[in-house]
Design a protein around this ligand. Structure first.
Ligand SMILES: NC(=O)c1ccc[n+]([C@@H]2O[C@H](COP(=O)([O-])OP(=O)(O)OC[C@H]3O[C@@H](n4cnc5c(N)ncnc54)[C@H](OP(=O)(O)O)[C@@H]3O)[C@@H](O)[C@H]2O)c1
Length: 339
């Protein structure tokens, strides 16, 4: 299996990614146990199928170590010269506080060491507390580390539009911001996409499948109780569904997505991912990957085989016109993580 050229995006001159990224929160605990050898073996299957970009974070359990093990195995089996065949985009999520060069560099060195690489492809920076302006110090040190060759490109995770402006005003160049973006969470369309377009910043979308709720298996299912929910992705998504308008309207959305998917001869998740990929400035969608437990490689590859038309958008609009405005209830991108 191979993916068409439209499945790839040039995020920066030195960084091309697959537009469906393999999200690794699912190996980070809370999503069930993962056997490392099984996970590493499966990572080869993803890359060989064209899904060559991994998305992870320093706090996703062994995710960075898995990348390191995968890289080592790759070199042993296929040689170091073909390493550029895949990319690994990590996040750094420090506790707020003073951000000296030494603190920033030692954290980045830990990720470089765990991921078994001299240079991180993309370092996505997250910050919990906007009132603590040390995030600008951290970003300046990251920019220095970039110019010294330890990081290829700098991205952000969960920053809002106002803070993006402040960061750009400080002279820091970023290529991407990672935000929640789905058929139910369309907050980026209010301010973020326009700002990013004006400033050449790409978006990486997450939770676009609502942790897995956005699939055929949930059609007609009763709303699960909190205690029945299997993992933190689904828990996070349940909160979003409740904020958005609740399970009943979500069920209507699933039926509409199913009818659209049947029309195009694809699956319901294909439609959900296609919608997000087609939004302005979206470079890619990060899809959670349960390595060693379940795999949707064949199904997700079909996302690149069709386009949504005006009739499809008309049907979706009939749902959106009855849902809550999450920008009004939660705020801009990332505000759900801040008080
Ligand atoms: N920066 C942040 O704050 C942040 C927050 C959340 C997530 N993320 C990133 O985004 C990634 C994904 O987000 P998410 O965890 O919210 O999950 P998601 O991508 O919305 O949903 C992932 C789940 O959808 C199911 N799925 C995938 N393809 C499918 C298909 N073709 N058919 C049916 N089901 C399918 C899988 O469940 P099964 O395996 O059970 O089948 C998978 O685990 C994470 O891994 C992480 O890298 C970042």
């Amino acid at each position: 299996m191979s993916l068409p050229p439209s499945a790839y995006f040039q995020l920066a001159p030195d960084l091309k990614i697959c537009r469906i990224l393999n999200g690794m929160w699912q190996v980070g605990g809370g999503h069930g146990t993962v056997q490392p050898q099984l996970a590493i073996a499966e990572m080869f299957q993803y890359v060989d199928a064209g899904f060559c970009t991994w998305e992870l974070a320093d706090h996703y359990g062994p995710a960075e170590d898995f990348i390191g093990m995968f890289r080592q195995q790759w070199i042993a089996d296929r040689g170091a010269e073909s390493l550029p065949s895949f990319q690994a985009l990590t996040q750094w999520v420090p506790r707020p506080g003073r951000m000296t060069r030494q603190i920033v560099e030692s954290s980045i060195d830990v990720s470089r060491s765990r991921m078994n690489t001299d240079c991180l492809d993309l370092l996505q920076f997250h910050w919990w507390e906007y009132r603590d302006l040390n995030y600008l110090e951290a970003l300046k040190h990251l920019a220095d580390l970039q110019s010294e060759g330890k990081i290829k490109q700098i991205g952000l995770s969960n920053f809002d539009t106002d803070r993006l402006q402040i960061i750009l005003d400080a002279g820091i160049q970023i290529v991407s911001n990672q935000v929640a973006f789905s058929l139910i969470d369309r907050r980026p369309l209010v301010r973020m996409t326009e700002f990013c377009k004006a400033n050449g910043i790409a978006l990486l979308a997450y939770s676009s499948l609502c942790g897995g709720f956005m699939s055929e298996q949930w059609i007609g299912a009763p709303e699960p109780r909190r205690q029945q929910i299997a993992n933190p992705s689904l828990l996070r998504a349940q909160q979003s569904i409740n904020d958005w308008s609740g399970w009943r309207l979500f069920q209507e959305l699933l039926l509409i997505l199913q009818s659209i998917s049947h029309k195009h001869g694809v699956t319901l998740p294909n439609v959900a991912l296609r919608y997000v990929l087609d939004q302005p400035q979206v470079a890619g969608v990060i899809v959670g990957t349960h390595l060693g437990r379940s795999q949707h490689v064949a199904s997700n590859s079909r996302t690149f085989d069709f386009t949504l038309d005006a009739e499809d958008y008309g049907k979706l609009q009939s749902i959106w016109s009855r849902s809550n405005d999450l920008f009004r209830t939660i705020g801009d991108c990332g505000d759900e993580y801040r008080s």
